[in-house]
Write a protein that binds this ligand. Structure first.
Ligand code: BES
Ligand code: MN
Ligand code: ZN
Length: 496
């Protein structure tokens, strides 16, 4: 889908030839000139239209508009959140009309955040998965023209949003793919594909190399599957080599049966989404390829299936992780932490500025936070604040969870350095405490996306989260890096 941006007022956007026109009306809207504005004023006055979010009025070929279908929709206070709601509803309304070209206009001045929300919502509301359909009926919408005016230049916000959409949609695509169409090997091919973009490189390790590295914990999870494991290393080099990279580690379990500690049959298909952490890393790299920021990023994806088998790891088995710590596998369904711990140890070699792991790690996190916010765990105050902020600005929210030492109590065992599960209580936190044991050498945060990476029920599908959050986090690092190089330049200039 193509997005285009033009600085246009209501009269001008309404004059653009499209199949459908959506007009966003915020509380700040004051009817101006033009036939459409007259119509809006009349409808508002009659109470047939309100600027309250989601209230809408559909018109057919109204005078003053060059589009057949017109939706006037309230966007409340014009905040990104309200704009997202309004656009989701309005795009839903024009979907049945099969519009190919859509114009989307802000009737009142818009902010950068509101513009971004509009682009993301238009993409989200029109997204259709087609890869494994024999007669794909893809998204009808091929072109979206956004018309807005603001006090600041809105083009950078527009470009950022379009770049984010690319990554979010790649994450959705891989999340949604059935598990036989998204094996570890196929994921590694997707990563290799990304390396065709400039500044991105990719290395893929197989079973032999992973064994050589001593990733005994990761290998233990993979040993019950006929699909070979893959360890994917992606690099985005957008800054000087001297700049420490941020490392993203994505859980890439392409199917989680639970292993010998097998899961119940109901909804087990949803465990194809257990690679959504990995998909979010691929998505971020897709967006980096588009936006080319001035930073260094490493993406690490340990990927395998978790299957029951004659050779599968058993409850009670003790394995040795790459860090040297031994782990008693009390529950083979707590496999995410077993593959992540070795990837975290591998991350040490990059001397990272920070390491963030992203994982559909625990059902307990879904119970704690539902589908609204991802769980965020870190002992680093600065990281916590940056991640929270990135969540707010991208409308891809997270919530900080505790990491008190007492939560690690249940991981103690007589038979290894640590057990892979504690009791049921505080399950999302005990999982984070397990991971924390492997992060002594760098600043670390963990995002549990079990509740936010996909939707269940009738609207079943991957959400592309938390690509938006991660991108905003990384781009904020760019801003900081630029400020510090600017300072360096200034002080060099002063010295000279
Ligand atoms: N992939 C699951 C977590 C999950 C469960 C995500 C449900 C989304 C929905 C993970 O591997 C898992 O099975 N975790 C167990 C841990 C338990 C055995 C300590 C869980 O949450 O039940
Ligand atoms: Mn599991
Ligand atoms: Zn899992």
């Amino acid at each position: 889908m193509n997005f285009e941006f033009k600085t246009l007022d209501l009269v001008a956007i309404a004059a653009e030839k499209s199949d459908a026109l959506i007009v966003l009306l915020t509380d700040a809207y004051k009817p101006g000139k033009g036939e459409l504005a007259g119509l809006i004023a009349k409808a508002l006055k009659a109470g047939d239209l309100e600027t309250k979010t989601g209230k809408s009025l559909q018109l057919y070929q109204p005078s003053g508009a060059a589009s057949k279908h017109v939706v006037l929709v309230g966007a409340g206070d014009g905040s990104p959140k309200q704009v997202r709601k309004a656009v989701m509803a309005a795009v839903g309304a024009i979907k049945s009309a099969g519009a190919k070209k859509l114009s989307l206009g802000f009737a009142a001045p818009a902010t950068a955040g509101a513009l971004r929300a509009a682009v993301l919502a238009a993409a989200d509301a029109s997204y259709v998965y087609t890869t494994t359909k024999s007669k794909p009926q893809g998204r009808a919408l091929t072109h979206v023209l956004i018309g807005a005016q603001g006090s600041a230049d809105l083009k950078p916000a527009f470009d950022l949003a379009v770049g984010a959409v690319k990554g979010i949609e790649l994450a959705k695509e891989w999340g949604n793919r059935p598990p036989n169409h998204a094996t570890p090997t196929l994921l590694s091919h997707a990563a290799k594909e990304l390396a065709k973009h400039s500044k991105i490189s990719c290395e893929v390790l197989g079973p032999k190399q992973v064994a050589k590295l001593g990733m005994g914990s990761f290998m233990a999870v993979a040993q019950g599957s006929r699909q070979e494991l893959r360890f994917i290393v992606l690099r985005y080099d957008g800054a000087a080599k001297s700049q420490a990279p941020t490392v993203l580690v994505g859980k890439g379990i392409t199917f989680d049966t639970g292993g010998i500690s097998i899961k119940p049959a109901a909804e087990m298909d949803e465990m194809k989404y257990d690679m959504c952490g990995a998909a979010s890393v691929l998505g971020v790299f897709r967006s980096l390829a588009e936006l080319k920021p001035n930073i260094n990023v490493v993406g690490l994806i340990p990927s395998c299936e978790n299957m029951p088998d004659g050779l599968a790891v058993k409850p009670g088995d003790v394995v040795t992780s790459m860090s040297g710590q031994t782990i008693e596998v009390l529950n083979t369904d707590a496999e995410g932490r077993l593959i992540l711990c070795d990837a975290l140890t591998y991350a040490e070699r990059f001397k990272p500025a920070a390491v963030i792991d992203i994982a559909t790690l625990t059902g307990a996190c879904v119970i704690a936070l539902g589908a609204v916010r991802s769980g965020m765990f870190t002992e680093n105050e600065e990281l916590a604040e940056q991640l929270s902020k990135a969540g707010e600005s991208s409308l891809d929210l997270c919530w900080r969870m505790p990491l008190d030492e007492e939560y690690a109590e249940g991981l103690k065992t007589h038979f290894a350095d640590v057990a892979n599960v504690a009791g049921r209580a505080g399950g999302a936190i005990t999982a984070a405490k397990f991971l924390q044991r492997f992060t002594a050498k760098f600043s670390w945060a963990h995002l549990d996306i079990a509740g936010t990476a996909w939707k269940s029920g009738a609207a079943k599908g991957a959400t592309g989260r938390p690509v938006g959050l991660l991108l905003d986090f990384l781009l904020a690092q760019t801003a900081k890096a630029q400020v510090s190089t600017k300072h360096a330049k200034q002080s060099r200039a002063k010295a000279a």
